[in-house]
Ligand binder design. Structure first.
Ligand code: PXP
Length: 240
């Protein structure tokens, strides 16, 4: 099965917010990603608004031609925004203000009543709901019981594995969780920390139908665009 690529444009917004200016615009990045073949645009509207802003979400909802996947915490404020902007998919993620990035999956099992309620409210708004969880069989089963149509498996531990043995162990956890999700009738995505050298191990897992990748793509875009960007500036400086 070929997997859908969801391009996460959060870090284009990170660069913009570093100066609080209008560029680079994640909305433009999303359009270019779609032109290049991205089959989904993913953004995380965080409680502290450190990268993606509400304005981005509004414009992305108007302009994204593929699927818009909104990652968000399972809070009242965010559920209200999801109902307002109606992304195609909401991925519920855990969120701690001090974390560098989303560390670890959502504990669906430990807060099943709350997650179940949020899933229902979003589904009542005709939004597909995915839960971002660690590749753990109990979390997969709890996600199914909570009413989610999809799960996204956190690949962070696989990506950070120190040696082959550890990597294989993490990979088999992902495989087992993906098989369980499919067996329960849920769609299964994966993401976090995937880059050009580790992605193929995950694309080989037939049960995974989607990958969400952000940091490595934005990082590569910065480097591949450097030559053109410097030449453009020299032209402005020295052109007629
Ligand atoms: N999927 C989810 C649920 C995430 O929270 C993130 C990070 O925002 C990603 C995918 C993308 O991770 P990365 O930027 O490391 O590719």
């Amino acid at each position: 099965m070929t997997q859908r690529l969801g391009v996460n444009v959060d870090h284009v917004a990170t660069l913009r917010q570093a100066r609080k200016v209008g560029y680079p615009d994640p909305v433009t990045a999303a359009a270019l990603a779609e032109l290049a073949g991205a089959e989904q645009i993913t953004v995380h509207l965080r409680e502290d608004r450190r990268h993606i802003q509400e304005r981005d979400l509004r414009l992305l909802r108007e302009t994204v031609r593929t699927l818009l996947n909104l990652e968000m915490a399972a809070t009242q404020e965010m559920v209200k925004l999801a109902w307002e902007y109606k992304p195609d998919v909401v991925t519920l993620v855990p969120e701690r203000r001090e974390e560098l990035t989303t560390e670890g999956g959502l504990d669906v099992q430990g807060q099943k009543d709350h997650v179940g309620k949020v899933v229902k409210t979003l589904r009542d708004g005709e939004i597909v709901v995915s839960l971002f969880i660690d590749p753990d069989l109990d979390q997969v089963k709890a996600s199914h019981r909570a009413g989610a149509q999809r799960v996204e498996l956190h690949t962070g531990r696989f990506c950070e594995a120190r040696d082959d043995k550890d990597r294989q162990k993490e990979l088999s956890r992902i495989v087992d969780a993906a098989k369980m999700a499919t067996k329960l009738g849920m769609g299964c995505a994966a993401g976090h920390g995937l880059h050009y050298d580790n992605v193929r191990a995950i694309t080989r897992i037939a049960e995974i139908d989607e990958l969400n990748i952000g940091h490595s793509i934005v990082a590569r875009a910065v480097l591949l665009g450097m030559e053109r960007a410097v030449k453009d500036m020299l032209e402005r400086m020295r052109g007629a």
